[in-house]
Ligand binder design. Structure first.
Ligand code: ZN
Length: 228
């Protein structure tokens, strides 16, 4: 027994000696900045990337959009920006009637932007010789008041120029618009689910009552609203 106990003690001494001293690090501490952890920069990854336009140059950063309030007094979160141009459409600034539309006023809900892109694709296919459709203001990135409009405040509204008989890209009016082509646009918008299309009192256009509505100051464009 004594032999066994001595043997056990003998064995325990080197084991105790091998226990790490808490004051001495077991591993060398990195001392150079190169060995320190570098914080990662946040990486913004679009949920979906879609390439539009014949040249494939436009990227849409799709995200979940939430229209708040009403078009005449609202806000927008998760806005999606419509590219300045794409298949079958271009954008313009209604304040100057020049191209392209402003960076600050091309924001809408994902639904609205998707419908405009879809409208352009349909238009380019249906009327290849007619030139692209002119798209005016949508909303601001976070919604709210926008110059020249009482609505367009929560990402649901867009203005569309009337196609002209001379196929030119420019301001339209009751004298130079192409009635048949514009009616095609109205019909298509309704088929895509638009729940409001305002038309000027001097335009000869038709549509379901309560959806296609005559409204002052809309003789040079269609004001279109999609559900949120
Ligand atoms: Zn409008």
């Amino acid at each position: 027994m004594w032999i066994g106990l001595v043997g056990l003690l003998a064995c325990s001494v080197p084991l105790a000696a091998a226990l790490p001293d808490r004051d001495v690090p077991a591993q060398p501490v990195p001392s150079t900045p190169m060995m320190m952890a570098i914080p990662e920069e946040p990486v913004l990854i679009p949920r979906t990337i879609e390439v539009t336009g014949e040249d494939g140059g436009a990227i849409i950063d799709w995200r979940e959009s939430v229209p708040d309030g009403t078009p005449n007094g609202g806000r927008l979160t998760g806005a999606v920006r419509l590219p300045a141009s794409g298949t079958g459409y271009y954008t313009y600034d209604p304040r100057t009637q020049s191209e392209p539309g402003g960076l600050e006023t091309r924001w809408g809900t994902a639904r609205l932007v998707r419908e405009i892109v879809e409208l352009g694709r349909w238009w380019a296919k249906a009327n290849p010789g007619a030139g692209p459709l002119g798209i005016g203001d949508l909303s601001r990135r976070q919604g709210g008041r926008i110059d020249g409009h009482s609505s367009h405040q929560n990402g649901l509204d867009v203005d569309i120029r009337l196609p002209r008989r001379d196929r030119a890209r420019g301001a339209a009016n009751p004298a130079n618009y192409d009635r048949a082509l514009t009616q095609q646009v109205v019909d298509r918008l309704i088929a895509q689910g638009a729940d409001l299309v305002l038309i000027g009192p001097s335009l000869d256009l038709r549509g379901p009552a309560g959806v296609v509505v005559r409204w002052p100051n809309h003789d040079d464009h269609l004001h279109v609203r999609f559900p949120g």
